[in-house]
Design a protein around this ligand. Structure first.
Ligand code: 0L1
Ligand code: MG
Length: 270
């Protein structure tokens, strides 16, 4: 029997196994009650397992930064997840669907943090540390069957983070992020449209939330870190083929999702 004391490593192991085997945690799996602190501790233990396999931290991501998604989930809380180099694909690179469970893709705004930031300092000016802005693609892939979770579970699951892709960096003073159209395409087909205003009204408004959360959790943002600020549209099932996100005036980021050899083209998704 799992006691409350070993809940954190137990949850981390279940989620890590699910991710590595691309097999969701069944709804029938007994699951301990987690509070939010235990959920973030489980997330950190999960990421520590990836680091032990040789991956390196490259940044942080925010989730539930759109009012629509918060309403949908019945929460009013932004959540934070941790990015590693093992999650990053090159712009135009391949996303192996065979390594994922039921991936969805969403268009993101990404920030490059040029100078190390102390998130423990509540007065820190994170915006001043930004030296690049880019369009991003985030592939989310809940490790829970049917993408079903509550807030602690999705936090423990590293906010469903699976893969991400960054477009070319632009200097922040070259870019206006205020209510800018964002388009997600699968091949030539537009599959979702939104604007940067969907991200808490303006992507820069996510930064104080990140400082507050990151400071409380002891997260770090060394120089060169990436921040995924949040999605400008709903997430869409990722199917085999090209996918891209365009942020008007900022740029386009591309990836190609490929089915694994066992799965015929055209399958995939939920
Ligand atoms: O990046 C995100 O906004 C995902 C947050 C986690 C919830 C989900 O899996 O949709
Ligand atoms: Mg996201």
């Amino acid at each position: 029997m799992t006691t409350q004391a070993d809940v954190v490593p137990h949850v981390a192991e279940l989620l890590d196994t699910a991710q590595q085997s691309a097999t969701p945690v069944s709804t029938a799996t007994p699951w301990p009650q987690l509070n939010l602190d235990e959920a973030y501790a489980s997330q950190t233990a999960l990421i520590a397992r990836r680091h032990a396999r040789g991956e390196h931290g490259v940044g942080l991501k925010l989730g539930f930064t759109s009012e629509a998604k918060m309403r949908q989930m019945g929460v009013d809380e932004v959540i934070v997840g941790q990015l590693t180099d093992g999650m990053q694909a090159a712009d135009g690179g391949l996303i192996d669907l065979g390594a994922l469970i039921h991936p969805r893709v969403e268009p993101e705004i990404a920030f490059l943090i040029g100078t190390a930031v102390d998130l423990a300092d509540p007065d820190v000016d994170l915006e001043a540390a930004i030296t690049g802005v880019a369009a991003g693609l985030e592939i989310i892939d809940s490790r829970y069957d049917g993408f079903r979770f509550d807030l602690p579970r999705v936090v423990a699951d590293n906010t469903s983070a699976a893969m991400f892709v960054l477009g070319p960096w632009r200097a922040p003073d070259e870019v206006d992020l205020d209510d800018i159209p964002v388009t997600l395409r699968a091949g030539d087909e537009v599959v979702a449209e939104g604007t940067t205003a969907a991200i808490l009204g303006h992507p820069l408004r996510t930064l104080p939330r990140l400082v507050a959360l990151g400071g409380r959790l002891g997260l770090r943002l060394p120089a060169g870190s990436v921040v995924l600020a949040g999605a400008a549209t709903e997430a869409v099932t990722l199917r085999p083929g090209p996918v891209s996100a365009t942020v008007a005036g900022l740029g386009t980021v591309h990836a190609v999702a490929v089915a694994d050899s066992a799965g015929p083209l055209g399958e995939g998704g939920d």
